[in-house]
Design a protein around this ligand. Structure first.
Ligand code: TXA
Ligand code: MG
Length: 341
């Protein structure tokens, strides 16, 4: 398949117009959102959504998020239990996905045969305009081949999807770079199934009884969200992550890079001058938002440089740091180590 490419930074109107046409034809189009790029199709059309699973090589038991642009669309898609109205009021549009019992309009493959559906209202202007003009919700998982890091720029989308889908809309770099926080509102007690930009503390302000699915932060546990149980966000290279005492970590990295393996480093900006090896900056060590923005694209860049091993420096913090910890846990297959004095 020839993939049509449109740059939405230079010519937004043309990019949006063609994306809408292709989506109305039942095709799959990659679109930018504020979190990561999404692989979009008409969320009410089963055969269009099945194309997403093929393009991504996604297991059929992993459900999709439906993206909407206006609140009125929500009522047709869910059985409203009145939950989450404060979250919606204050945090939508934005990097937050809510799970409800589904209405009977949702195609089976979208909810992987289950009785719930995940809904998100993105804030990215290009995504919003495309959804609005389509007049149907867009099913859109992250635009990577299953298991790989989510793409956060047009080049990374093309790496996985060129020749596989009908179109790619390039909106430049994603602002957040890490997928949305997923909250399940369908059960007795609201639960975070995937940590994201909004942390447990952020959500508690609007939903005091929300809790974290603790399996998300433990290597051996089985999480409730289907997508969290697979090896995920992972580059081809092996990954090892170190947090704790800064000087000791630098010492260890110096030891590790003496081996024959082709090793790439992801370091905080203040550590960059200490090494000469292949390395990329994670920004300010006290600002996890900077790390979130570049983490996935750096993992892909290290794969393009054909590294065998990627060593990552990390600061374990609360808030958004929890989401980063969860992604690093997956990307490294549990190889995340605390380094003490
Ligand atoms: O930021 C995001 O959420 C991005 C952008 C494109 O919107 N999308 C995204 O979709 O990350 P995806 O499919 O890569 O991840 C969706 C996650 C998966 O872990 C999936 O298992 C979970 O949400 N999920 C979706 N529907 C669910 C449901 N009904 N019940 C439980 N988990 C669900
Ligand atoms: Mg994904």
């Amino acid at each position: 398949m020839k993939t049509e490419y449109y740059n939405a930074v230079d010519n937004k109107e043309r990019a949006i117009e063609r994306a809408v046409e292709l989506l109305k034809f039942g095709e799959v189009v990659a679109i930018p959102t504020e979190t990561v790029y999404g692989l979009a199709a008409n969320g009410l059309d089963e055969s269009a959504c099945l194309k997403i699973f093929t393009a991504k090589r996604r297991p059929a038991d992993n459900p999709l998020i439906l993206h909407i642009s206006h609140l009125e669309e929500l009522t047709h898609l869910i059985q409203d239990n009145g939950r989450g109205s404060e979250l919606i009021k204050y945090l939508w549009p934005g990097p937050l996905t809510l799970i409800y019992k589904k209405s009977d309009r949702i195609p089976n493959c979208v909810c992987a045969g289950g009785d719930t559906v995940a809904i998100r209202m993105p804030s990215h202007p290009v995504a919003r305009e495309i959804i609005k003009q389509c007049k149907f919700p867009l099913a859109a998982p992250s635009a990577n081949i299953s298991g790989k890091p989510s793409p956060t720029n047009g080049k990374d989308v093309l790496e996985d999807m060129d020749g596989v889908i009908a179109g790619v809309i390039d909106g430049g770099d994603c602002n957040i770079g890490v997928e949305s926080t997923v909250v399940d509102l369908s059960g007795n007690r609201p639960k975070i199934l995937r940590p994201g930009y909004y942390s447990l503390e952020d959500l508690k302000e609007y939903l005091p009884d929300v809790e974290m699915d603790n399996a998300l932060l433990e290597p051996g546990e089985i999480p409730k969200s289907p997508g969290q149980k697979y090896r995920h966000y992972a580059p081809k290279a092996r990954v090892e992550v170190y947090f704790g005492n800064k000087d000791k970590i630098h010492q260890m990295i110096h030891e590790r890079i003496k081996s024959d393996e082709k090793t790439g480093l992801l370091l905080f900006e203040d550590s960059m001058p200490l090494f000469n090896e292949e390395r990329l900056s994670l920004g300010d060590r006290n600002n996890p938002v900077e790390m979130g923005k570049v983490l996935f694209s750096h993992l892909r860049e290290m794969d393009r440089k054909k590294m065998d091993l990627i060593l990552i420096e990390f600061e374990k913090t609360e808030g958004f740091g929890i989401a980063l910890y969860n992604r690093l846990l997956k990307a490294s297959g549990g190889n995340i180590f605390e380094v003490k004095l």
